[in-house]
Every structure is written in C-alpha cells, then in structure tokens.
Design a protein around this ligand. Structure first.
Ligand SMILES: [Mg+2]
Length: 138
C-alpha cells in the first residue's frame, strides 16, 4: 500500500498518529512517500512549522527509511524496489524535491504552491516539459 504525503501535511498531528499506529501494527506492506519540497500553501515549511530532519523522525517512529533525490527517477525506483523485501517495519521514502522542477517560471517563483495557468502559460510550460523529456529519451 502506498501513501503519498507532502511535507506541509506533516504539520497535522493525525499523520504522526497514523505513523505510530503503522509501526506498532508492523505494517511492512506500507510505503509512505514524503514529498519534501520545503514549501506549503502558507509559505516555506521551515517558516510555518519547521519539521527538522524528517528522515530521522520517520526512523524514530519505527519506519525503515531512506532519503533520495526525488528528481532522480532511478533513485526513486531503487528506493521503491527496496520495499519489496517485506519485513515487519513500514517503509518511508523521503523524496528531496524542488517544487516546480522542470518549469523555469514555477521553479524560480518563491510562492509557487499554486499558480494560475492560462493557455499561454500552459503551452509554454508543456513545451519545457516535453523538451526535458525529449532530452532524457534522446
Ligand atoms: Mg510541500
């Protein structure tokens, strides 16, 4: 079972309650992917509610934890592959990401949690993403 959460969501206490429950019940089939992009709706995570070392926290909660570059597909695939070994500990994969990665305007805008998209912006952004994909495939 896979669960994807954002770092901003981890401000909410029920996340930690669920993590403690998962470890206590030895849910070795649970994989929690944490998008650690350092931003949330209200601003930077470190300014809203600093989380410190998320990977260390997940370890302390009883998770088998790794942290990888969330923009590195092979690293993410390797971390996911690792969870196939089973066991009685739930897994956490902390994905170190950059919000808006791959779209220059979004990546370089400080408050980029939500940005309105019009037709012009959509076409430009899709062009950037398609160019990146072509470069990866080429
Ligand atoms: Mg976030």
């Amino acid at each position: 079972m896979f669960l994807i959460v954002g770092d901003g969501e981890l401000d909410e206490g029920q996340c930690w309650e669920a993590f403690a429950f998962a470890a206590a019940r030895k849910l070795g089939n649970l994989v929690v992917l944490i998008d650690w992009n350092k931003k949330q709706l209200d601003g930077r995570v470190d300014e809203v509610l600093p989380l410190g070392n998320i990977a260390a926290k997940m370890e302390a909660f009883g998770f088998d934890t790794v942290q990888v570059d969330g923009g590195d597909v092979e690293a993410v695939a390797g971390a996911l592959e690792r969870t196939r070994q089973g066991g009685d500990k739930p897994y956490a994969i902390v994905l170190d990401t950059v919000k808006g990665h791959g779209i220059a305007e979004a990546e370089n805008t400080e408050m980029n949690h939500s940005m309105p998209i019009n037709d012009e912006r959509y076409a430009r952004w899709m062009g950037e993403l398609q160019a990146d994909l072509a470069a990866l495939e080429g």
